[in-house]
Every structure is written in C-alpha cells, then in structure tokens.
Design a binder for this molecule. Structure first.
Ligand code: TEU
Ligand code: CA
Length: 554
C-alpha cells in the first residue's frame, strides 16, 4: 500500500476551552488558537485534532452538540473558524475535527422535535422506551454515574443516554439519522477540513432489543457492553463509501472497549473503515475491578508492556495504531507514570515520550504534554468541573466506597480536569492563557513549567519532542519497523527493538526513579545513539533513573 500522509504524521490535540483565550473572558477560543498556530508548527506537528467547537450548552464541555454546523458562541464565529483553517493550511498544518455523533445535545433541534410527541417524524432519531415494572427499560448505566435512562414527562417514556442525560444517544439503526450525519460530515469536508476524530464511535450500534447486561460494582451494566455492536462495521463502511472515500483524510475512531480483532476492522490498512483507532487497554491497565478508573493508581509495568506490545505486534502490516499517553480525558502522564519531583520531572517526561514515539503508529501530543505539564493539586470537590469526575465521585461517596479525603486524593490522580487546566504559555499572570479569570484554575507550577521558558532552552521537553517528531519524518524504521519486546518481566525497564531490513533500533526506557542494572545487548554495544534524555553516556551496565536511550544500528 502506498504510504498515507498520516502514517508519518504527528497529531497535536487542542482542547479549545483551555488552549488560548483572546478576549479576556477566561475561556479559550478560535482566535486564540489562530494566534498560536506558529507554536504548533515550530514543534513539528503535522495536524491538529480540535476537540469540539460546535454550538453546545457545555454540559460535557462541547461533547454535547446542539448544532453541528455552527460554532459555540464562547469560541467565536464561523468566520473565526475559517480564518483559523486558512492560516493552519498556509502553515502546512491539517485540521482534524472532533465528530460527536453517538449522541447529540438534548437541545439539538432533532431531540427537541423527537421528545415533543410519540409520533413526531424525529421520534426514532433517538432511543425511546416504555419503563419496565415502573423502572428503567434495562439495567444499563451511564459513564457519568447512575442509570443510562431518563424519564421524560412530556410523552411518559424513557430515553437512552450512555453519558449525561443532556446527551441522548442517536439511533444509528435509523437510515435517516445516517443520512443526516453523512450530509453534515460532507458539509465540513467541503469546507476543506482534513479528517475526523470520532467520539465513542464503537458504541453507535446497540444490541437488538437493548437487553440487560451483567451489572458492575455500581449495580448497573457498564455502557461498554454496547461496544462493537452488531452493525458498527456496516455503518462505518457505509460512512466510508458515501463520504470518507471521496477525500484524503485522517480518520481516528475513539473505540472504547475495542479488542485487537475488532481493531483489525476499524483500522484496517485496506481503507475500508477508518485510518486508525484509539484503544484504551494501556490507559485502563491500572483500573480497579470495583472502582474502575476511579481507583487509586498503581503502576504495573510488565502489564503495561504486555498490552502495548500486543497491539504493536498484532496490528503490524494489517491495521494502524494510534499512539497516545495524554488527551482531554486522561490525567497527565508525567504525574501517572513519570515523576513530579523537579529533579526528574523533565527527564521522566522525555523518557515517556521516547517510549511512545519510537513505536509503530501515529503519535498524538496533547496540549502541554510537550512541556511536561502535570496534574493539578486539587483541594476541594468545589474546584472540580468535569461531569464524569463529579458523577462518579458522588456515586462512590453515596455508596460509601470512599471518604471525602480519599475522593479528593483520587481526583488528584484521576480527574479529567487534570488535563483541562489552562495551557501554560509563560510565567506571567494566568500563564499567559487569559487576561481575565480562567474558567478552571491555572496550575501554580506554570512559573517553572511554561512554553516561553522552554522555547529558549535547547534541552527542554519541548525541544526533545521536536527531535522525536523530526526523527519520524526521517527514518522508515520508525514508521514501519517490526516491533519486538525484550525483558518482558523486568519491573522497571521497558526495552524493545524495531527492525526493518538490516536496520534496527534498540529502545531502552527506565520507568523508575532508581538506577537499574542492564547490559546493552552485544549487537548494539557499538551502535550510535539516535536520541537520549541524558546529555552523557551511562556507566556500562547501568540505566539511570528515568533514563531513555535509543541505539540505531544500520
Ligand atoms: O470519551 C469516551 C469515554 O468513554 C470517556 O468517558 C472516557 O473513556 C473516559 O473519560 C476515560 O476513561 C468521549 C470524549 O472523549 C469525552 O470527553 C466525552 O465525555 C465522552 O466521549 C462523551 O462524549
Ligand atoms: Ca475567550
């Protein structure tokens, strides 16, 4: 297969609300993004994944869309969007939009119509069911806590919402819904955008009859039971045939609960569905069977290595991986698998970047990850904005599964708000993000962790990411090399090779604050170092705390 542009690309994710405010209202906006495009170009990224900018009541910060073809008032106007798109393209940056079509907002005109009467033409755009024995139609739970069903007085029926009750699920089994969505997608593509990130796309095909599932710890069946449903690939192939195949796009499906076998369909290199998919296994590696994501974190490197290695080897030559640590739903990777200790924070951030960017797939850099930004030191639940964090915190408190102090400690580790504190541009007031009061507090450590300082320092995390991104452009062994894991059981070292013909890389990463004894394999003993996060060579037989080194043998 001829190389696709997205196979050698690096994508930079922007969460618009927190990236750059231009009018002092404390909320990021499109003009702010436009003013920072040169920064992204400087980093070397090729495309931008823009989290939703469409009209929304912001129950889930834009992932609840009330008009797919208009811009959220707080973010600006369609003219601002067009200006951003034009400038991005003039800088050689592609724009990938966030497509949120598993559900709409309850304020979307389709739902306003649908809920108005049982025989409204839009009724079957959504899932309406009678209650059962005076209760919800089945035992499905919302990802944000509680039941996935909301009773609606107007017509005396329940509607399905796998997320918030202001995010009713669209009925993809209805061909009119698919027609409406494909028409909207084409409208955006005609404007010249370069692709879509597809929100929870693995959930769009619900099992026939909407049957009960096995209840989880909270008594509800997890929403992921609907993942990879009976028609999901049929609908994506229809989307591909009717829309995507007419353009040269990057399409990435956010595939909650995807398996490797399913990924071979979603992300098949034959181009029949999407370019690639986000899987969650490595990010869920330290989840708790009872508390799920909202459990105190614990590191199990052999398990993380097993998961990432399985995805690297299983998809090789068949489908395409996306590579990520951070996004707007995940706590900051430096706080999760690296070190917040100033002595090692940057070293650990560079190590984590090396581990990910030397793998096969398309890497995603989430805003601030390239600076080594960290989680926020939350002190009170009143500071938390995220509907998922609040919903699960309250549910677990009500069930007596955690005290208030345990809850706050957990949110400091796990809340999605850790990724949503404003981008740290400089050491000045509000980190240069806004001249007003930011919608979410700026991390106090912006005085030391910020873009302005790092742009001036050659050994900064920013310049390290810049090197990693440039290497991907240059070396086929990074793009296509076959992956093999070494030392699978080592508790602290992540060691793997990439091989393409006679060329190979040895990647050695120390995921710990302790030096580790390790002899570089003979075959690489004299190989030149391609990139490393320490300025000098380690003493023989030792890998230093948080050290990353890549040997390149031709
Ligand atoms: O997230 C999908 C989702 O399941 C999230 O709950 C995510 O998996 C979880 O927070 C990480 O464990 C997408 C969007 O990325 C998220 O921001 C939205 O809240 C959600 O869908 C609903 O649109
Ligand atoms: Ca603003």
């Amino acid at each position: 297969m001829a190389e696709k542009w997205w196979q050698r690309s690096v994508v930079y994710q922007i969460y618009p609300r927190s990236f750059q405010d231009s009018n002092g209202d404390g909320i990021g906006d499109l003009k702010g993004i436009t003013s920072r495009l040169e920064y992204i170009r400087e980093l070397g990224a090729d495309a931008i994944w823009l989290s939703p900018v469409y009209k929304s009541p912001n129950d889930d910060n834009g992932y609840d869309i009330s008009d797919y073809q208009d811009i959220m008032t707080e973010f600006g106007t369609m003219a601002d969007f067009d200006e951003m798109l034009e400038k991005a393209h003039s800088l050689g940056l592609r724009i990938v939009m966030d497509l949120v079509v598993n559900h709409s907002s309850d304020e979307h005109k389709w739902f306003v119509e649908s809920r108005s009467s049982r025989d409204n033409p839009c009724r079957d755009y959504y899932f309406w069911r009678e209650g059962k024995d005076g209760k919800e139609p089945n035992n499905w739970g919302s990802c944000f806590g509680g039941s996935a069903w909301q009773y609606d007085e107007q017509t005396g029926m329940y509607y399905l919402h796998l997320f918030s009750k202001k995010q009713p699920d669209l009925n993809w089994d209805n061909p009119t819904v698919r027609d409406e969505i494909f028409k909207m997608m084409d409208w955006w593509l005609q404007k010249g955008i370069d692709g879509f990130r597809m929100d929870v796309i693995s959930l769009i095909s619900k099992p026939a009859g909407l049957p009960d599932g096995a209840p989880g710890a909270n008594g509800y069946a997890p929403a992921t039971l609907v993942a990879n449903g009976p028609h999901v690939h049929e609908y994506l192939r229809e989307m591909n045939r009717r829309v995507l195949s007419k353009y040269d796009l990057l399409t990435v499906g956010e595939c909650a609960a995807v398996t490797i076998d399913e990924a071979k369909s979603y992300a098949n290199l034959d181009g029949s569905e999407l370019s690639m998919g986000f899987q969650f296994e490595h990010m869920d590696a330290d989840f708790d069977p009872v508390l799920g994501r909202y459990a105190p974190q614990h590191k199990d490197l052999p398990r993380l290595k097993e998961i990432l290695s399985r995805w690297q080897t299983a998809l090789d030559g068949i489908a395409w991986n996306s590579l990520y640590w951070d996004n707007h739903d995940q706590p900051r990777i430096v706080s999760r698998y690296g070190s917040e200790d100033e002595k090692y924070r940057e070293t650990s951030a560079k190590m984590l970047a090396t581990c990910l960017h030397m793998m096969q797939g398309t890497p995603y850099v989430y805003q601030g990850e390239e600076l080594g930004m960290t989680n926020y030191p939350w002190e009170s639940i009143d500071q938390i904005n995220d509907i998922e964090s609040l919903g699960n915190y309250r549910a677990y408190r009500e069930q007596g599964l955690m005290t208030e102090a345990e809850g706050i400690a957990m949110l400091r580790q796990r809340s999605r708000d850790n990724a949503r504190t404003p981008m740290q541009w400089d050491a000045g007031p509000e980190a240069g993000f806004t001249t007003g009061k930011p919608w979410l507090p700026v991390n106090p450590n912006h005085v030391t962790i910020n873009a302005a300082e790092q742009l001036k320092r050659p050994d900064s995390v920013f310049h390290y990411y810049q090197k990693l991104i440039a290497l991907r452009k240059e070396l086929d062994v990074i793009v296509y090399g076959h992956y093999a894991l070494l030392e699978p059981e080592h508790p602290a070292l992540f060691v793997y090779t990439r091989t393409l013909g006679g060329e190979s890389l040895l990647v050695v990463c120390n995921f710990s604050e302790n030096a580790q004894a390790y002899d570089i394999p003979e075959a690489y003993a004299d190989a030149p170092v391609l990139i490393a996060n320490y300025p000098d060579k380690a003493p023989a037989g030792t890998i230093r705390p948080w050290e990353a080194v890549v040997f390149h043998r031709r």
